[in-house]
Write a protein that binds this ligand. Sequence first.
Ligand SMILES: [Ca+2]
Length: 442
Amino acid sequence: MFTRRSFLSLAVAAAQNRQHNIVLFLVDDLGAHDLKTHGAPNLEAFAKTAVTFTQAYSAAPVCSPTRASILTGKHPARLGITTWHESAMDPQTPQGRKMRPADAIGNLPLSEYTLAEALRDQGYATGHVGKWHLGTAEYAPETQGFDFNIGGTHWGAPATYFHPFKAQVRKEYRYVPGLPWTKPGDYLTDALTNAAIDAIRHWKTQSKPYFLNLWHHTPHTPTEGKPQDGGNTYKAMIRNLDAEFGRLLKEIDPQNTIVVFASDNGGYLPVTTNAPLRSGKGSLYEGGIRIPLMIRWPGITKPGTTCDTPVVTTDLFPTLSNTNAVDGINLKPLLSGNTIPARDLHFHYPHYYHAPQTTPVGAIRSGNLKLIEFFEENNRCELYDLAADPSEQQDLAQKQPEKAKELQQKLHAWRKQVGARMPTPLLAANPPLARPYKPHHV
Ligand SMILES: [Ca+2]
C-alpha cells in the first residue's frame, strides 16, 4: 500500500534514474578565458542554464593525456599516457637540455574500461565524432566502446579546416575520414557538427539513450577561420565554434540531455594569451591547465550558477557513468550546489614543451596553495597562493620552506603511489636520443 508521500518518492526516484542522453562537447586548446575575451553569445546563453566551474583543470597540459583521463577516470601518470600520441611514439630529447623525457604510452590500452564502454553497458548507444588522438587504428574509437567513429584518427590536428580536409604535413599525408559529402569551401567544424546532428536525428528514432562524444578540433592550429567569421584568425574560429555549439544544442531535448562543454588543455601560446593566468599549453602554470568547463544536468544543476571548487577532467568519467573511478570523483554533489570532500590535485608532465617554456615538471594543488617542481633543476620548487596570486607571480618557496617541503613530500608520495614515470639525467650511459628535437605543435 503506497501513501501519497511514498508514491511521490518513487516517482522522484524513477525520474532520477531515467537515463539522460549525454553530449560531451570537447574543444581543443581553448583557454580558460578565451570565451570572455573573444565573446561567445551561444555559450554565454548556455552558461545561464548550466553550472560554470571557475577553477576547472585539465588532467594534463596537452591533448592525449587529458582525453585519456576523460575516458578512464584515471590520472594520466597512472596510465603512463603523459604526452601526446606522436610525442610518445617518437620521443625526442631537445638539443642542449639535461634530461631524457620519460617513456610514455601512445595508445590507450584496450584493457582500459572507457566511459563509452561503461555507458554502452548501461544501455546507451554511443558515437564518437571528431578528434581522437588516443591511438593508431587498432586503438580507434570503434575498439573502445563506440558504436561508430567519424573523423577520429591518431593525429592531433587536421592538415586544414577546409574541404577536403587533407594534405601533406611534413612527412605524412593527413586526412579526416568519414566526411565524404563535403564540397569546396566547407569547413571542418561545420562538417563535424553536421555529422553529430545526423547521429542525434538517427538516435531519436531509436529507443536507447545516447552518448555523443563530440571532440571538435577547433580552435587548435592551423588557425584557419571562415571568411564570413573574419578570416584566418583565432577569434573567427571561436565565433564559428560558438555558432556550431548553438546549432547542435537546437537538436537535443534539453529536458532529457546532459550537456558538458570543456577544453582539453589551456590556450596555445602565442595564438592566445590566457591572461591573467601565467603561460599556456604545455605548462603546469595555470595557463596550461585551467580550462573552461560547464555542465547542464536536467533536474540537478541550478541554472546560471558557478562553482569555485577545483575539479579536473578525470572527474567526468565517474560523474557521467555514475560509477566509481580510480582517480576521478563524482561531481554530482557540486552540480546541485553541495560540497565534496577536500582533496589535492596532482599534475605530471615529465617532458619538454617548447623548451625552455616547459621543462620536465610536476605540480600539486592543495587548498589554495600550489607547488611546482622542476625536475631539470634538482627538483627546485616554486610555491604560489592561488587565492591571493592567481597569476603565479610571487614565489613563496623561500618564505614558507616548511609548507613547500610538506607539499613536495605529498607530491613525491603521490608519484610513487601511481607509478609515475620520470625523466632521467643525460649521462654517458644514458645518451640523448639521436634525432634532433622537432616540436610537433599538436
Ligand atoms: Ca589540446
